[in-house]
Design a protein around this ligand. Structure first.
Ligand code: NAD
Length: 333
């Protein structure tokens, strides 16, 4: 099947091309993000392949459908950027890669916790400059600390297993309990998790219910000096409220792999330009804030699996075979 691939980087090309050869699909790579302006690039392609910051809003979807697209393959697990109601109306089918490597994301979240705690980012710069003093780098033992995990699905469960290995006390909040996690800690209300945790890590999807769940009020309930980690989706966090929390010292550490307005920044080299996003730039000034540009998923294992499952999704659509990766499976006739 001919597929228009949006937001392509060299690494996508490498992994997708190799999987496409085996599967027999023809991929045409486009560097731009999918937007209303770039949607015409997909004219006459029966399928398109999109990533996390591609826009799959109703107007873009209508333009894709008018150009002959019938199938959308997401090379991501999250699908908050897709207007599923519009897909249903336009009879566009959508598949994703539900679990390419929960380990990759959980390990990155734990890496952020350790880096912020033991201040690797500061130590790295000091040693490079010949400054071997360790004052200001004081950390804490992980053993015995209370970690709150919000969202105990595939990624949250791996994070729980790793953190249990460190000897942390685990508190969980989810709308559905995971039997794998239950023996490792305690399911509590969101309020209890917020007020009892030394470290809070977010692993739930972005939805109407979770938008800005880390609000000024939620931060107010947290322990002074709390560490907050978000590797899930930027809009779970109200960034200006977090800046207030950092300024007052109520938030002691912040690790972000995602940012609400990341679409304008992440995955591109902006080092030659003045960055216009004042909220992002303020966040970046705090020395107890560590930001990575949506790279938690970025391991070779994950990219191989994304490519493999994406090709399998295309093949299933082409052969009219069912796949559990479809978000809107066609009604049975
Ligand atoms: P998952 O579906 O396996 O787990 C999500 C969990 O969140 C589920 O247990 C679900 O019940 C829970 N949840 C849903 N609504 C909730 C709510 N209102 N409050 C609390 N919990 C709620 O998904 P996953 O594979 O673990 O991925 C989690 C998220 O991680 C994805 O939605 C995506 O946004 C993000 N992600 C980020 C990266 C990255 O590179 N940074 C990569 C992959 C996924």
């Amino acid at each position: 099947m001919r597929v228009a691939v949006f937001s392509t980087k060299n690494y996508d090309r490498q992994f997708l091309q190799s999987a496409a050869k085996t599967a027999g699909h023809e991929l045409v790579f486009f560097e731009p993000r999918l937007t209303l302006e770039t949607a015409p690039l997909a004219s006459d392609f029966p399928a398109i392949c999109a990533f996390v910051n591609d826009q799959l809003s109703s107007d873009v979807l209508a333009r894709l459908a008018a150009g002959g697209t019938r199938f959308i393959v997401l090379r991501s697990a999250g699908f908050n950027n897709v207007d599923l109601d519009a897909c249903r109306e336009l009879e566009l089918r959508v598949a994703r890669v539900p679990a390419y490597s929960p380990d990759a994301v959980a390990e990155h979240a734990v890496g952020m916790i350790l880096a912020l705690n033991r201040k690797f980012h500061k130590a790295y710069n000091r040693v490079r400059e010949g400054n071997f003093a360790i004052d200001g780098l004081l950390g804490f033992d992980m053993r015995g600390r209370t970690v709150g995990i919000i969202g105990t699905g595939k990624i949250g469960a791996v994070a729980a297993r790793i953190l249990a290995g460190f000897g942390c006390k685990l508190l969980f909040y989810d709308v559905v309990q995971n039997v794998e996690c239950a023996p490792l800690g305690r399911y509590v209300s969101l309020e209890e998790l917020l007020s009892e945790s030394d470290i809070i890590t977010l692993h739930c999807p972005l939805s109407l219910q979770t938008y800005h769940m880390i609000s000024r009020a939620a931060i107010g309930r947290m322990k002074p000096g709390v560490m907050l980690i978000n590797t899930s989706r930027g809009a779970l966090v109200d960034a200006p409220a977090v800046i207030e929390g950092l300024k007052s010292g109520h938030i002691g550490y912040l690790g972000l792999d995602v940012y609400e307005e990341e679409a304008e920044l992440f995955f591109e080299d902006h080092s030659g330009h003045v960055i216009q996003d004042d909220v992002f730039m303020r966040l970046a000034t705090f020395l107890n804030v560590l930001i990575t540009a949506h790279q938690a998923f970025f391991t070779a294992t994950a990219l191989e699996e994304i490519a493999r499952v994406t090709m399998a999704n295309l093949t299933a659509f082409e052969r009219s075979e069912p796949t559990r990766n479809e978000l809107l499976p066609p009604a049975k006739s």
